[in-house]
Design a binder for this molecule. Structure first.
Ligand code: ATP
Ligand code: MG
Length: 251
């Protein structure tokens, strides 16, 4: 069987799909297309704003902007630049974007595990009957000096329980959040299936803020799973593979 799965690159389009449904709205951080007016509006409302390519980039070309006493501090990878006015910041971001389309998103203050920020990947696949199943949950631990947790940006993959053990959340919080995120994954899968045909698998990037509230940062339509190979325990990797065989991703 040949592997075919739909891909939607535009984060703006996928965000609109979620926002159309009141169940998902509370999980989506405020997101707007990048322009001067929206930049000012976002910075008026939030102490941290993410500037990211509409069509994704595997964690590259993402800039975090933070408000400071004297203006703004932008950071991409480990490189920081300060600005005293919104105009200067806008000019630089606009130059950086060039002809590429960009989004602005409210920054989520990521929960930490052993002092390092992390986010969560919820893997949503189809079973033999074609029903949606959340098959795996794992975490990506970021470097505290970087702005993304992506594997390609030095993030490391861990199991959900291992990561949650290093947080301040209560022990009962972890299994509750796991079930909640798995239900959310199935619901997002069904929602996406209504908007577009042919998705075999989806990967939700979910951030927990420091209060434990979950936020959907993006829904990947071609989720990478090779970073999972680095886990000692091969159960999650094997499970994803076995589901993937139903629809021909793996032999
Ligand atoms: N609003 C946000 N608040 C906090 N952190 C964010 C936010 N948006 C993105 N990040 C961080 O940056 C990482 C990458 O962002 P995102 O998943 O949206 O883009 P991407 O991985 O480059 O896109 P793609 O997978 O489509 O190539 C996230 O996993 C998270 O660590
Ligand atoms: Mg991502």
């Amino acid at each position: 069987m040949e592997y075919k799965s739909s891909i939607i690159q535009s984060k703006w389009k996928k965000t609109q799909w979620l926002l159309k449904d009141s169940y998902f709205r509370k999980y989506v951080p405020h997101t707007l297309p990048f322009n001067k007016k929206n930049l000012s509006a976002m910075l008026d409302n939030y102490s941290s704003v993410f500037f990211k390519p509409t069509n994704g980039s595997g964690g590259t070309n993402i800039i975090r902007i933070r408000k400071t006493d004297r203006g703004y501090l932008s950071q991409m990878n480990a490189a920081k630049t300060s600005y005293s006015t919104t105009n200067q910041l806008y000019r630089d971001l606009n130059r950086f974007a060039g002809s590429r389309s960009y989004l602005l998103q409210k920054g989520i203050n990521l929960a930490q595990s052993n002092g390092k920020p992390f986010d969560i990947r919820v893997m949503v696949q189809k079973n033999r009957q074609g029903d949606r199943v959340s098959t795996a949950l794992f975490t990506k631990i970021g470097n505290p000096n970087k702005v993304t947790t992506n594997y390609t940006q030095g993030g490391t993959v861990r199991t959900f329980s291992e990561t949650m053990n290093g947080t301040d959340f209560s022990p009962t919080f972890t299994p509750q959040m796991e079930s909640k995120l798995k239900r959310l994954g199935v619901a997002v899968g069904k929602n996406f299936d209504r908007h577009h045909k042919g998705f075999q698998e989806l990967g939700l990037d979910v951030a927990l803020d420091s209060k434990g509230r979950p936020w959907i940062l993006e829904v990947n339509t071609r989720p990478q799973i090779y970073p999972l190979k680095a886990l000692k325990n091969k159960n999650l990797y094997d499970k994803i593979l076995s589901y993937g065989k139903h629809y021909g991703r793996f032999k």
